[in-house]
Design a protein around this ligand. Structure first.
Ligand SMILES: [Zn+2]
Length: 205
């Protein structure tokens, strides 16, 4: 814990004073433009890779960047999405998967889930990845098969996201755009799914 205590000391002494005005404004309200849905993986730091900061991204994260399909039970992800779209009125919703995703590795090799009953049930949400699996990309090297499945999961969850009633309504009204991204940890680069071309392409042409 010492590292975190030291980090917080540094924040209060060195970072906060320079952003005092920004935090003062943010203390009473937020108006983020982007809903960002990604994996819990520690290697994805949205503000770092997107140049954003406090007040910018409304974020929900879970193992495998899952958006559960409509179910009777409420869940944290879809409740968060509904709030972001209906109350905060975000302009963009971004579903972001990533290379070397442990959740997708587990989906490929289920025998590692024997002692993880909750994770096992949760991963039933990524079954759709198999039917949207993408072509192998030579740039992914030995991880090609996994990367193709991860991209498939991005598409599956992006479709689930678009099917959320609040999202579908906002898209219909022309006030929300929904994006599907794949983030490569090794290169730091992001790919975006091009719906017309039905393939992933670099976000920065
Ligand atoms: Zn992951």
């Amino acid at each position: 814990m010492e590292r975190l205590i030291e980090g917080h000391k540094h924040f209060l002494a060195e970072v906060f004073p320079g952003k005092r005005d920004q935090f003062h404004l943010l203390a009473e309200s937020q108006a983020p433009e982007w809903l960002f849905i990604t994996c819990s993986d520690s290697r994805i730091v949205p503000d770092l890779i997107l140049g954003t900061g406090p007040g910018d991204l409304f974020i929900t994260r879970n193992a495998g960047n899952v958006v559960p399909v409509a179910a009777n039970d409420v869940d944290g992800v879809t409740a968060t999405i509904e709030y972001a779209v209906e109350v905060l009125r975000v302009k963009h919703a971004i579903l972001c998967g990533h290379s070397d995703c442990g959740a997708m590795k587990a989906a490929l090799d289920r025998k590692n889930l024997e002692n993880l009953p909750k994770a096992k049930r949760w991963l039933s949400h990524v079954e759709g990845a198999f039917s949207h699996r993408q072509p192998l990309n030579p740039a992914d090297g030995d991880a090609g098969e996994l990367a193709a499945l991860i991209r498939g999961n991005v598409i599956a969850q992006w479709l689930n996201l678009r099917a959320q009633p609040a999202v579908a309504r906002a898209v219909q009204e022309g006030r929300l755009t929904v994006h599907a991204w794949y983030y490569d940890i090794l290169t730091g680069r992001i790919e975006e799914y091009d719906e017309k071309e039905r393939r992933f392409a670099p976000l920065l042409g």
